[in-house]
Design a protein around this ligand. Sequence first.
Ligand code: 1CP
Length: 344
Amino acid sequence: MVSTLVRAALSQPVEYTPVWFMRQAGRSLPEYREIRQGNAMLEACRTPDLVTEITLQPVRRHGVDAAIFFSDIVVPLQAAGVDVVIEPGVGPVIAHPVRTRADLERIPDLDPEAIADIAESVTRLVASLGGTPLIGFAGAPFTLASYLIEGGPSKNHERTKAMMLGDPELFRDILAKLAGISTTFLEVQLSAGASAFQLFDSWAGYLAPRDYRTHVLPHSTGIFSALSSCDVPSFHFGVQTGELLSSMAEAGSDVVGVDYRVELPDASRRVRPGQALQGNLDPAMLFAPWEVLRPRIETIVREGLDHGGHVFNLGHGVLPATDPAVPGLVVEEVHRVSRLVLAE
Ligand code: 1CP
């Protein structure tokens, strides 16, 4: 039986709206904070016992319709030989930022054998999850390039944009290298049994639409077309991408992720016919009183079903201070309301 998530992603009929949450694994869960004690983030990502347990935690607790593989967008960079750490409270920090062609030439391609542990974790998870699908993921070339070029998290992405406009050939070759690395990372997850994948272009929303189209879109499109033969649904998500949605939709994913700054009926007009939507409850709404939150959930469920294919999610990741009891209530409500609407 094909899972509800996969059917919704392919805009096929469903009995209820499936739901999962970006960053459903992680700091909002006490059991995550406990198991991570004494384990550095990237080490945890490379340890199958930890990856499988952490991936399963939100499935058990919230009853979501999909697991998201516990890893990070910089894991394949580290596996390819980039000196990167994830600093607590900061994010990925790159020891030698990539600013010249010589810097780029020092980055090897990703050898699938270097991530045998990732295949192992996915295989174990698929066995434990039973019918619940596992979503694999990778960082999109632009978002990864921003970390590599800036050297770490960045507010304005100015060095990245300066290179994009000042040395477009070098920028293009960096994105092409990163597209290859992300494609290999995804291929390994899909060969090991992941049921879907999401490409995270978290920082694409910082770009002017014409720059996105010229310098970024071709590389993300290349990833979706390279993986189209894998025959699993694909998701494409970025933050603050209202003005980019139609361009991001052109990259060719089955589902377009929508952040909470755009209403779903507007997003619906910006994607291609037959493309499903994912989203888009404001993560901060999980802190609101239930009388306020409940009708918001219903609105999104109705708008999603009006569109056609819809996977319920937040408009970005679960915030660390979220009460861990609330996501499960949202899951129940999405299922309850969508069953009622579908029966109307
Ligand atoms: O010690 C910790 O707990 C560190 C926090 C953390 C976690 C839980 C980081 C550091 N990464 C992750 C896991 C992670 N990262 C997942 C799997 C968990 C899940 O979704 O349930 C995923 C999908 C990611 C992907 C990721 N990493 C993105 C794209 C998604 C997004 O939120 O936009 C990005 C931009 C990163 C980089 C990163 N890694 C970690 C942090 C704090 C950041 C962001 C730093 C910044 O603001 O630039």
